[in-house]
Design a protein around this ligand. Sequence first.
Ligand code: CUA
Length: 161
Amino acid sequence: MHIDVLERYWLIAVGAMLGAFMAALLASVLIFGIQLPSPVGRVDPQQLDKTDFAQTGLRDTGKGHYDMYIVAQMWRFDVGQKGSAPAEIHIPAGSEVTFYITSKDVTHGFIIEQHDVNLMLVPGQIARASTTFNHAGTYHIICHEYCGTGHQAMTATIIVG
Ligand code: CUA
């Protein structure tokens, strides 16, 4: 079969590019340990009061580590705070926090400013991510998944100090 010389170059270029992509993918998994976030578990969104999410908020697990349980719902993050004040989480500087989050109603987003936490909160699924808050400051949590008319107001604040 005759293959035109230009066509041959393109085939080589495409093959090399696919090889480079595959190598990058393998390197990210095998060398850098990057993995897709996977659901930690399932809950019935209608019966969260029978799960660990019955009591939201920060739990001290010792040695500078905390677990933080949050329930997302239209259009706020329940961080275990009473009343209708804007949601605030107070964390001592230097703490490592593991977030466990789920949604009560629709799919929400969860991103923490200046930290490597970026989750999608799907009803029925528990999302988990850990990060360390080394620097004192105020960091916003933002819902970055469109979830209805109050979406743009769905925020919370982490105060590290
Ligand atoms: Cu919740 Cu957008």
